[in-house]
Design a protein around this ligand. Structure first.
Ligand SMILES: N[C@@H](CCC(=O)N[C@@H](CS)C(=O)NCC(=O)O)C(=O)O
Length: 228
């Protein structure tokens, strides 16, 4: 399996399947196509029909859309625990992951992912407050119903698809220092300490500066800048 991703510094959609496969020790090769270069669109269109990343190539199969890639991996590796084995937990995890894939636009628009920077805590508007409240309620519900019964600290116990889908949300809450409850912070800390996330961040911080994008770099002044 070969996963094509965009800049690790910025591409939250690419992080999701990459982190899942790395966390579950599923082998794959990878390549990065940097965004907004003269040949980016042509290179991405050569991999998948939308001209966007991530794209998974497996022999003559090409899968686009982060959540579809995750489902493909789940089918190909049924013993890896991509989704929880309990049907009720699995239904909840799939609902949560689809909600993430289709929603939380205010959080995504007002708090873009840039793994290099941390920003001052400030009011980011009522829509972000609403998104944040829903995220916290969703995580709390998953943990209370399913995660807390398990010995591992992720949403449904062991790290899985839903955690991967929400990893970029964790990064945004942390980077923009949004005010969160103690249980939310505890969940964020285990995701941010996960070896698969640390590996992605290390790659991200090592990307060539020529790949930097003004729309991610020239907005708000960071309070902290991370170095490779
Ligand atoms: N819904 C898609 C979103 C993919 C997406 O928007 N990818 C961005 C990078 S994060 C991209 O490749 N953009 C290329 C472009 O806009 O030219 C998914 O879940 O994979």
């Amino acid at each position: 399996m070969h996963l094509v991703v965009a800049n690790k510094l910025y591409s939250s959609w690419s992080l999701r399947p990459w982190m899942l496969m790395r966390a579950l020790a599923i082998p794959f090769t990878e390549e990065t196509i940097p965004l907004r270069q003269p040949d980016s669109k042509a290179r991405m269109l050569a991999k998948g029909p939308t001209g966007k990343c991530p794209v998974m190539i497996d022999g003559d199969v090409s899968v686009w859309e982060s959540l579809a890639i995750i489902e493909y991996v789940a089918e190909k590796f049924p013993d890896k625990g991509v989704w929880p084995s309990d049907p009720k937990a699995r239904a909840h995890a799939r609902s949560a992951s689809n909600e993430m894939h289709a929603g939380f636009q205010p959080l995504r628009q007002k708090c873009p992912m840039n793994l290099r920077a941390r920003f001052a805590s400030k009011d980011r508007g009522p829509e972000v407050v609403e998104s944040l409240a829903r995220v916290e309620a969703l995580w709390r519900d998953a943990r209370a119903r399913f995660g807390e019964k398990a010995s591992e600290p992720f949403l449904y116990g062991a790290f899985g698809a839903a955690d991967a889908m929400f990893a970029p949300v964790v990064i945004r809450l942390d980077a923009y220092q949004l005010p969160v409850a103690a249980d939310t912070r505890a969940y964020m800390d285990v995701v941010l300490a996960h070896p698969a996330f640390l590996a992605w961040r290390s790659d991200a911080l090592g990307e060539p500066t020529e790949w930097n994008l003004p729309e991610y770099e020239d907005g708000e002044t960071p309070v902290e800048v991370f170095k490779p």
